[in-house]
Design a protein around this ligand. Structure first.
Ligand SMILES: CC(C)(COP(=O)(O)OP(=O)(O)OC[C@H]1O[C@@H](n2cnc3c(N)ncnc32)[C@H](O)[C@@H]1OP(=O)(O)O)[C@@H](O)C(=O)NCCC(=O)NCCS
Length: 166
């Protein structure tokens, strides 16, 4: 269910960061390290969460990281982060990474991921965030899917808690 109270538009916290893949970013196969892309994803998503919440935010989880296509040395990498879903103190940020061949201009989808950030106060306690106001059909679809993923994450967390206790 999309929240009915007034919220902040999705576009207000949109983040786009561009990188060029350098020699320290690549592995022995000449393609980018997965960890480097995950760092870029985390940073773009953190900026998106902070823009939305205007609070200090921490990464609570990173899931559904899919490496779809390898990224080569010298390619242009575009990292786009957008807020999909908000609950009381948490936000789901979706990140899509595209690779661009600098010589031909060809673009391809390389990586995608979902991250959950939680806003915290000075005592590091979780604190409420403004709701988002999904407007377009696409934004509403992402919101509803984000709600389903939140339920799945919390079910996983609960199962893990029970296993650690036994
Ligand atoms: C993230 C963190 C603040 C959550 O703390 P917590 O005591 O579990 O918090 P609560 O149970 O009060 O839940 C707070 C929110 O976090 C969400 N949350 C907690 N664990 C989560 C997880 N693993 N995945 C997704 N969301 C999670 C809850 O759903 C809740 O959201 P809501 O208020 O919107 O419903 C805490 O686990 C933490 O500080 N983790 C370390 C963060 C960190 O070091 N990140 C890396 C560097 S930034």
């Amino acid at each position: 269910m999309v929240q009915k109270s007034q919220g902040k538009p999705v576009k207000d916290s949109h983040v786009e960061v561009t990188h060029i893949v350098q020699p320290p970013d690549i592995n022995s196969l000449g393609t980018i390290f997965g960890g480097r892309v995950m760092e870029w994803i985390d940073l773009a998503a953190a900026a998106c969460a902070a823009r939305h919440a205007r609070r200090t935010c921490v990464t609570a989880s990173m899931d559904a990281v899919h490496f779809i296509s390898p990224i080569q040395l010298g390619e242009i990498v575009i990292v786009r982060a957008q807020i999909n879903y908000t609950h009381k103190t948490s936000m789901e940020i979706g990140v899509r990474v595209d690779a661009e061949n600098p010589l031909t201009g060809e673009h391809r989808h390389a990586v995608s991921a979902y991250l959950t950030f939680v806003a915290i106060d000075e005592q590091r306690r979780s604190i409420s965030v403004p709701p988002i106001l999904p407007k377009s059909r696409e934004e509403k679809r992402r919101f509803e899917e984000g709600e389903e993923r939140r339920a799945a994450r919390l079910a996983w967390k609960q199962r893990r808690g029970k296993q650690s206790a036994s």
